[in-house]
Ligand binder design. Sequence first.
Ligand code: ATP
Length: 344
Amino acid sequence: MAAIELIDLKKNYGAVPAVKGINLSVADGEMIVLVGPSGCGKSTLLRMIAGLEAISSGHLRIAGNDVGHVDPADRNIAMVFQNYALYPHMTVRQNLEYGLKNRRVPRGEIDRRIANAAGILEIGEFLERRPRQLSGGQRQRVAMGRAIVRDPAAFLFDEPLSNLDAKLRVQMRVEIRRLQRQLKTTSLYVTHDQLEAMTLADRLVVMNGGRIEQIGTPIEVYRRPETVFVAGFIGSPPMNLIDLDELGPCDLPLPRDTDLIGIRPGAVDLGAGSAHDLRFDAYVELIETVGDENNVHLRIDGSDRRIVASVPTDRHLQEGERMSCHVRRDDLHPFNRTTGRRTD
Ligand SMILES: Nc1ncnc2c1ncn2[C@@H]1O[C@H](COP(=O)(O)OP(=O)(O)OP(=O)(O)O)[C@@H](O)[C@H]1O
């Protein structure tokens, strides 16, 4: 286990900057999840930490040591990939012990570590099988087992669950969280799945265009997105982002440079409000049922702006109906479109 520090870390592919100066301190034992849209640089960042990609500039410290130019094999980091990267011609046991044999770990110690990992991951009964004789979830467990037996300073996960079906993903997500809590190994986990990010992270790092947009606990980032990008990226259905002037006259006390308002779908109240609310009229265009909730698509009166409100399914609404919409001041996220930042 070890703390990891990234200091102004950059990566250019030729003239193309992929990672544009990342500063991040990961505490010993912490689980950090890097999340962001495709191409934002999260895999590149992880691969630089693993040593699979050369660092263009900046520093990488693991347990206080500058390891930016140290051979990957000597960084004492274990990486878990989405495609498992198991050797197909070897049994599970051979896959687990391969790296340890190369490091000349004594036989007794190898057996002890494999028994320990097999116990934690419940893969003891598959040890003599080959990877093709396992399900996707079992293979992913073996891939994690291979990381665990190395007893590394840190785990790096690169979208490890993206090849699994939806149900198994949820199950494995819980297992990874449990495992990380149990082992307390410093971990960096890359995903573009925000639900995975929210549920796994001690702290979330939201990336966009090679930069960090925001760092915080999942609930901090959800409750108080600092940028327009984070506001639109975290949350499902996404936050409504509305130009202030599309909402008609508004005498609520908002910071002066606010010209964009963010409203979570669940914060739109269709019905009676109070004097401290933002209030506007809208037409119901479409109602989508998603389990216990309906996503109600509305068009704001006097504007082409469409927004989504999430309401319980027992609330009877009709398409074409005109609604009075209310949002409490505390549920408004004020932004400035030009700076892209929060104004309060
Ligand atoms: N070997 C490479 N040569 C040139 N450009 C690259 C190379 N690898 C990645 N890039 C570019 O660097 C940027 C970051 O890529 P990266 O794979 O880190 O993104 P990502 O956030 O992990 O995306 P995804 O979720 O799609 O995997 C992208 O614009 C990508 O096209």
